[in-house]
Design a protein around this ligand. Structure first.
Ligand code: NAD
Length: 503
């Protein structure tokens, strides 16, 4: 497929269809989470380098927006084939820098690919409305046009999928895109850039600027950036939303989460325990849709905790590239220490640590490794409940009734995902009706919507009006223009100074 060699020693930018090394003199370390050793360094863009990428994108936008829909769709189909054919290479790069297991990384690629598949249907998605004879001899129609140069700023935990959430629709809609990936696992962005070029995306339509807040702040300020999509932690999401909207930009900024899974007494205990363990410890808990709190209602707590412990003991922890492992290391040594501190502090706050991941033999596999933890008796007000831990720690909170459980979910400041496990259809329906979260699972622990719906939380999990990808993604990356048109008919033409009205 003709990929040029990608150095994992130095990860640079991608501007106007080719790799560009930074001259900023600033860079960051890319660790190998499985060993704790440095495996690459990533360039950090200067303001001038961001400006160069924006200029390349602006230049490419002019002809890309005029490129026929059928051609843009053809490019997306070709990209779909290339990503599909290179799933393993993409997943391998993810595992190498993120640390998640290879099957998990393959799952990430598959969920990202869905978004490219959705964007293949762009001619259909951009069809506008047409009203013939809105008034005598007058037709009114709406068209959706791309915004121009748009930027995406992405988190470490899905280095391929989240960029695909954004650029698939952005590019298919006719925009030029600038990606600022996470500095923790930046290489996959360059691999995707090569595939986009090979698929026929013109030079400058897709660009990558590597870096830190210097790059992000320039993207927010740059007058030629028309919209910003962000996914990351809540404090950064909020500040990007505030900063970019102040500059008059369109913004969707997705933040952190604290996802609750309510288990009612009538639930199938085995199924609920399978789901809780998979959703809490998959990807070492570094998923924005991970379950971090199980709310056990009434008598379900004891048997559920026993079933969860039984399953936890069997999880195989080790390097993500070694087959058979189900959970890998955490992204950095500092993050591992931060997560471990929540477990260490839980007892002092009045909770009880049922399983302590720090004592797991797997915790000695390397400086980024930690075992799985289970904390019982967790309540609002405790740090291990209030904060997003983003690690392999599952809390159990107890509630006497369905309504008490629902109130706990709704009083939490985050509102990304929420799930209920029950056999009672009425209770599930009431939960769906009342719960304040953007994505709800009924006997499904990680309800990430398929690509033809849109992804987004409520409350502190999303700042902005439109959710990401799917139909709302298309809306986000386009703006509407309504045309009122009359073709002259000399027979009905006359001077009329009154306000236009239907005749
Ligand atoms: P992060 O907020 O630290 O970083 C996200 C991006 O913002 C990165 O590209 C980073 O370089 C940049 N950034 C970081 N600090 C910045 C600053 N002060 N100013 C400007 N830019 C800055 O997040 P992360 O640690 O990479 O990812 C984990 C977080 O992302 C978790 O909170 C998780 O819940 C969240 N997340 C949310 C979703 C969602 O859909 N809601 C999806 C994935 C991850």
């Amino acid at each position: 497929m003709g990929l040029s060699a990608i150095s994992i020693k130095r990860v640079s930018h991608w501007i106007a269809g080719k790799p560009v090394e930074s001259a900023s003199g600033r860079s960051g370390t890319v660790w190998n989470p499985a060993t704790g050793e440095q495996q690459a360094s990533v360039d950090f863009a200067s303001v001038e380098e961001v400006d160069t990428a924006v200029a390349a994108a602006k230049n490419a936008f002019r002809s890309w927006r005029a490129t026929p829909l059928s051609r843009r769709s053809e490019v997306m189909f070709k990209l779909r084939e290339l990503v599909d054919a290179n799933r393993r290479s993409i997943a391998g790069l993810i595992t190498l820098e993120h640390g998640k297991t290879l099957p998990d990384a393959l799952g990430e690629v598959a969920r990202g690919l869905e978004n490219i598949e959705f964007a293949c249907g762009i001619p259909n998605l951009l069809k506008g409305g047409f009203s013939e004879q809105a008034s005598t001899g007058i037709d009114v129609y709406q068209i959706r046009q791309p915004l121009g140069v748009v930027a995406g700023i992405t988190p470490f935990n899905f280095p391929a999928m989240v960029p695909m959430w954004m650029f698939s629709n952005a590019i298919a809609c006719g925009n030029a895109f600038i990606l600022k990936p996470s500095e923790r696992d930046p290489s996959v962005s360059l691999y995707l850039a090569e595939l986009l070029r090979e698929a026929g995306v013109p030079d400058g339509v897709f660009n990558v600027v590597q870096g830190d807040r210097v790059a992000v702040e320039r993207l927010i300020e740059h007058p030629d950036i028309k919209a910003i999509s962000f996914v990351g932690s809540t404090p950064v999401a909020k500040s990007i939303y505030e900063g970019a909207t102040r500059q008059g930009k369109r913004v969707q900024a997705l933040g952190g989460a604290k996802n609750h899974m309510v288990v009612l007494p009538d639930a199938d205990i085995g199924m609920a325990a399978d789901a809780a363990v998979s959703a809490a410890y998959g990807s070492a808990g570094e998923r924005c849709m991970a379950i971090s709190v199980v709310v056990a209602v009434g008598s379900v707590a004891e048997p559920l905790i026993a079933a969860i412990r039984e399953r936890m003991a069997k999880i195989k922890i080790g390097p993500g590239l070694e087959s058979g492992n189900e959970m890998g290391p955490l992204i950095t040594r500092e993050h591992r220490e931060r997560v471990a501190k929540y477990v260490a502090g839980a007892e002092a706050e009045g909770a009880s640590v049922v399983v302590d991941g720090r004592r797991d033999p797997a915790a000695s596999k390397g400086p980024h490794f930690l075992g799985t933890s289970l904390i019982d008796g967790v309540k609002p007000g405790m740090r291990c409940y209030d904060d997003e831990i983003f690690g392999p720690v599952l809390s159990v909170a107890r509630a006497a009734t369905f309504h008490e459980a629902l109130s706990m979910v709704n009083e939490n400041p985050y509102g990304n995902g929420a799930a209920i496990f029950t056999r009672d259809g009425g209770a599930a329906r009431q939960f769906q009706f009342d719960v304040e979260a953007g994505m709800v699972g009924v006997n499904v622990p990680i309800p990430v919507p398929v690509a033809y719906y849109s992804f987004g939380g409520w409350k502190a999990s999303l700042f902005g009006d439109l959710h990401m990808y799917g139909p709302e993604g298309v809306q986000f990356y386009t703006r509407a223009k309504v045309v009122t048109s009359r073709w002259p008919d000399p027979a009905s033409s006359r001077v009329d100074l009154g306000f236009p009205q239907v005749r």
